[in-house]
Design a protein around this ligand. Structure first.
Ligand code: ADP
Ligand code: MG
Length: 320
């Protein structure tokens, strides 16, 4: 198949149809018309074989995740996702691979009304880059820099599931047990918190998505906001499946604390003035209060007995 027939066959109909795409795939660039009064919000993320995923990962999950991690960035800004570009570098002309990939990508794209408006297809070591574009009312972006001393700190969903899944996969513990399947699905097919991000805009004082672990990502918020945090370790939410996997020794006990440092969860961490706590009932997911913003810089971790602990070193850094 030629490059052009690949594009025609796999990409032209992959995403959602949107009336605001004046010109989609097929020209030198796409033309889109954002709603009036909005600002565009854009993000990009690359996944490299051997760095971000194993060779045996289901290919439709790769398509899902490549888009999901980008939608998660838009969610953290409180933006509505709308358009995406997909740059693929492939080792060979793999039609089966492409149809699986596009199935995962397209299913998620259509679910969030995201049109695939362009991209690039080249040959080389497997690398997947997605760029997403969304919009929000002008001036309403949720950022990392608005946290104030006294604000409460929350996370959506549960943390550590992706770290637990990684541990299971590394020791070949991918048994067909419901808990194991749940955890691996959380790693391979994360659900971006788009609805939650939209509801948080105009409510939260700061927001970030947790891609590199709670300590590292909350650290970015604290630095950008010029504040610190006191975190209650016992409150960090773990899924029932995570707890079971530890208690049944499917994963080592030291994974327990990876709720603090494990990456790839794609939950949102946000801050909110205490008086607005009751507004969180509008969110369609579990939300947990885990601590408070302080005027002193740094993260203070409080254990089950009220003692202060040094926070763990956190976060993956590609260049460290
Ligand atoms: P150009 O050479 O002008 O950069 P290309 O030949 O690379 O254009 O691409 C032709 C059209 O196909 C463009 O609209 C481009 O955005 C689209 N396209 C190429 N690869 C992809 C892809 N992987 N996903 C979506 N659209 C793609
Ligand atoms: Mg061109």
């Amino acid at each position: 198949m030629s490059e052009f027939s690949l594009i025609e066959r796999f990409f032209v109909d992959a995403g959602a149809k949107r009336a605001d795409v004046a010109l989609g795939i097929g020209d030198d660039a796409a033309v889109i018309s954002p709603p009036t009064g909005t600002e565009l919000v854009t993000a990009t993320d690359t996944m490299v074989a051997g760095v971000h995923f194993f060779d045996d990962v289901p290919v439709d999950s790769l398509g899902h995740k490549a888009l999901a991690v980008n939608l998660s960035d838009l969610a953290a800004m409180g933006a509505t996702p709308a358009w995406a570009l997909l740059a693929l570098t492939l080792p060979g002309g793999q039609e089966t691979w492409l149809s699986e990939f596009v199935r995962g990508f397209g299913e998620l794209a259509r679910r969030y009304q995201v049109a695939l408006v362009g991209g690039d297809t080249t040959r080389g070591p497997l690398t997947i880059t997605v760029q997403v574009i969304g919009y929000l009312p002008a001036g309403k972006a949720l950022t990392r820099h608005g946290a104030q001393p006294g604000d409460l700190i929350f996370v959506t969903g549960t943390l550590g599931d992706a770290a637990a899944a990684l541990s299971l996969l590394k020791q070949n513990q991918a048994k067909p047990v419901a808990e194991v399947e749940y955890l691996i699905n959380r790693l391979q097919q994360p659900e971006p918190r788009v609805k939650e991000g939209l509801l948080l805009s105009g409510m939260a004082t700061s927001c970030i998505d947790i891609s590199d672990g709670l300590i590292a990502d909350l650290g970015h918020v604290l630095q950008a906001s010029g504040v610190g945090a006191r975190l209650q370790r016992a409150r960090i939410p773990r899924s029932a499946e995570f707890v079971t996997a530890i208690s049944q020794a499917l994963i080592p006990e030291d994974v327990w604390d990876q709720v603090l440092t494990g990456g790839d969860d794609y939950e949102l961490c946000f801050t909110l003035p205490a008086a607005q706590r009751n507004q969180l009932e509008a969110l369609p997911c579990r939300v947990t209060e885990i601590g408070v913003i302080t005027a002193e810089s740094g993260i203070e971790l409080i254990d089950e007995n009220g003692h202060s602990l040094p926070p763990p070193e956190g976060g993956y850094d590609h260049f460290r």
